[in-house]
Design a protein. Structure first.
Ligand SMILES: C[S@@+](CC[C@H](N)C(=O)[O-])C[C@H]1O[C@@H](n2cnc3c(N)ncnc32)[C@H](O)[C@@H]1O
Length: 379
């Protein structure tokens, strides 16, 4: 077994929750500020199915801070033995509260001397004093052609040293998000990474159902994860978009799982609408009409009332059909530094036969409407 560090995306708790759901708490070695370290046999195929992990780092050493340069020297000598040409090279520092604790510039200069002494050539992707952005590492193809050394603050006074072995494929995410043929910015399309995270939070599944499928993001991501998908929406246009996008995903990514989309108001779902065995419901739900400015308190209350009604009714309907877990988004409002959540959601789901087992908030700095991600289990 090896130690691997997973660099967590922007919403750390949510990304960590995804890792625990996929890898299991028993494999966790430690959780740090930006990373979680797991003991695993291998990480085959993991990067592409984790929306919340920026990169996966294979740990090669665990040393006191005073031995960082000795450990890097050993690793570089070993690594560069098998390489020639101009090699892209970077040093990243993770999980330190104060990033200046490690002098990246000094370590880069130190590494340069070693590489030169080996008679080799390398291209520095970061010049220090800060870590390179993941997109810079990705674009410079450091993972394929060179080495990104990571220095990770551990819980004891020691640090972990590792080498990045996989990184999020930003081209693939962007293609799935922006190149799909059926798009409608007004509908509030779910970001593909968030869709992956939510599918993972639902636990192991073969078939997922999205009763508010819109343009089909959850079903597309499920398909890419080797799962079958069933989707429905109240809008004929959205049903067409989902169908188009799923056929496009099959074709573009050579995915070969099954999907079925139908038109239906989720409040009136009945058993015969879903004859398939569903393992999880993963959905964005309706977030209310798009808002350009901060809603007044009265507007907030009106939207919350409308959403509470919708959620109660569709949850009641699906509870009659299946008792599988649900991972869903619920709209919340950002008012200054505060987030106003849909009141009494816990009581609402209880009335429909569910309990909330976990909650995360997913927001972006510029958004008025933010997403509360809820995991529901039947009770
Ligand atoms: C936020 S969007 C879903 C976005 C979707 N996840 C995507 O990435 O495109 C909400 C969807 O719910 C649908 N909707 C609204 N009320 C509904 C209802 N009562 N039953 C079913 N679908 C509904 C809308 O047509 C819209 O497509």
């Amino acid at each position: 077994m090896n130690l691997y560090a997973f660099e967590l995306g922007r919403k750390k708790e949510l990304c960590f929750g995804e890792l625990i759901a996929v890898l299991g708490e028993d494999k966790l070695v430690e959780r740090n500020l930006d990373t979680a370290i797991f003991k695993l046999n291998n990480i085959d195929g993991l990067q592409d199915r984790l929306g919340g992990t920026i990169k996966i780092i294979e740990i090669f050493d665990h040393v006191p801070k005073t031995q960082i340069s000795t450990s890097i020297e050993k690793k570089l000598k070993q690594f560069f033995q098998n390489h020639s040409g101009k090699i892209p090279f970077s040093i990243s520092v993770l999980s330190f509260k104060d990033r200046k604790t490690i002098n990246i510039k000094e370590l880069l200069n130190f590494s340069k001397k070693i590489i030169k002494s080996l008679g080799l050539n390398c291209r520095f992707v970061n010049k220090g004093p800060i870590s390179p952005k993941p997109s810079t590492i990705y674009k410079a193809r450091v993972i394929e052609k060179g080495i990104d050394i990571c220095i990770i603050n551990g819980q004891s006074s020691s640090v972990y040293l590792g080498r990045t072995i996989t990184i999020q494929n930003i081209d693939s995410y962007s293609k799935r998000d922006f190149d799909k043929p059926g798009r409608d910015a007004k509908v509030g399309m779910t970001p593909p990474k968030l869709a992956q995270i939510m599918i993972n939070l639902a636990g192991p599944s073969n078939t997922i159902y999205d009763p508010f499928c819109g343009t089909g993001t959850f079903l597309m991501e499920a398909m890419l994860m080797g799962k079958n998908g069933v989707g429905s929406d109240i809008s004929t246009r959205m049903v067409e978009y989902s169908e188009k996008n799923l056929s496009w995903t099959q074709e573009q990514f050579r995915a070969d799982t099954k999907f079925r989309i139908f038109e239906k108001d989720a409040r009136f779902l009945i058993k015969s609408n879903i004859p398939e065995k569903i393992d999880a419901i993963v959905t964005e739900g309706y977030l209310g009409k798009p808002l350009e400015k901060q809603p007044t308190q009265h507007e907030q209350e009106t939207i919350f009332r409308e959403l509470a009604n919708l959620h109660l009714n569709w949850l009641r309907a699906v509870r009659q059909i299946t008792n599988c877990p649900i991972v869903m988004c619920v709209a919340a409002f950002k008012v200054g530094p505060q987030i106003i959540h849909l009141p009494k959601f816990q009581e609402l789901v209880k009335e429909a036969g569910y309990k909330v087992t976990e909650t995360f908030t997913y927001d972006r700095p510029d958004q008025i409407v933010v997403r509360d991600i809820k995991i529901l289990n039947s009770c």
